[in-house]
Design a binder for this molecule. Sequence first.
Ligand code: ZN
Length: 305
Amino acid sequence: MSDHSITGLHHVTAISGPPQANVDFFTKVMDQRLVKKTVNFDDPGTYHLYYGNRTAEPGTILTFFPFAHAAPGRPGSGEASAYGYSIGDRVADDWLREVAARGAEVSDPVERFGQPVFTVADPDGKRVELVTEPGDHDPAAGGFHGVTLWLDDLGPTRDLLVDRMGYAEAGHEAADGAERLRLIAPGEARGRVVDLFRQDGAPRARPGAGSIHHVAFRAKDDAEQLAWRDRMLTAGMQVTPVIDRQYFNAIYFREPGGVLFEIATDPPGFTADESLDHLGEALKLPAQHEPLRDRIEAVLPEIRT
Ligand code: ZN
């Protein structure tokens, strides 16, 4: 048992192919809002696109580094293998019918811990999961249900999440040489589920288009983030210093199974540099890259929204 607990996911960051297809899929098919159009702060010749709900709340934010020529990633252990949105059971059938009508490939549901889970293929062939829960919310309003971490050994990651980060075991399923351990954070926030998945003989993941780069958990403010930093250092993690990501402060560490974790602050949020009504419209650059705006705009492909 841990005295402190993560409340849920802040965002999930993935790698995609060309940006236009990514924007079209997540805004037009998945009905997410493009809430920020900026660059990878560590590689400003590449976009960093953020999607979320209408008010860009933590727990709804999915972000992409789109690379026009990214080779496909290879799924396997050592990375987050899936993220799932929550969809209300009263609207799921209608919503999925509409998504299929927009040209997306929708799978038949599989049952997981008693919940039907559908998937929709994104332009890179990555399966976006939709986890059915009681209610009438669409995936934009519902935000994340959770993430799946694909691991060689569930134990060390389970211990970190349960003993240090406040998660509790909530179920275990095993079949055909694979197992899934469900962990849930306490409270009511979005994105409280972390599933740990293992499969006999799995290859190691190789990152590329369709891969999840990291998963970010929430801290309510800078003080809570610093407390998490101390706790993770005490737990033996190699944690970065606090890094200013303009819309949140971030710390990063690799959990024992190899998945990159981030803890991100809720403030200042996505209205830090543009108003709620105009989120995602203009290319936003952090102050350190603003002097290079002309050159950055010249190398970034145009995106129609
Ligand atoms: Zn991040």
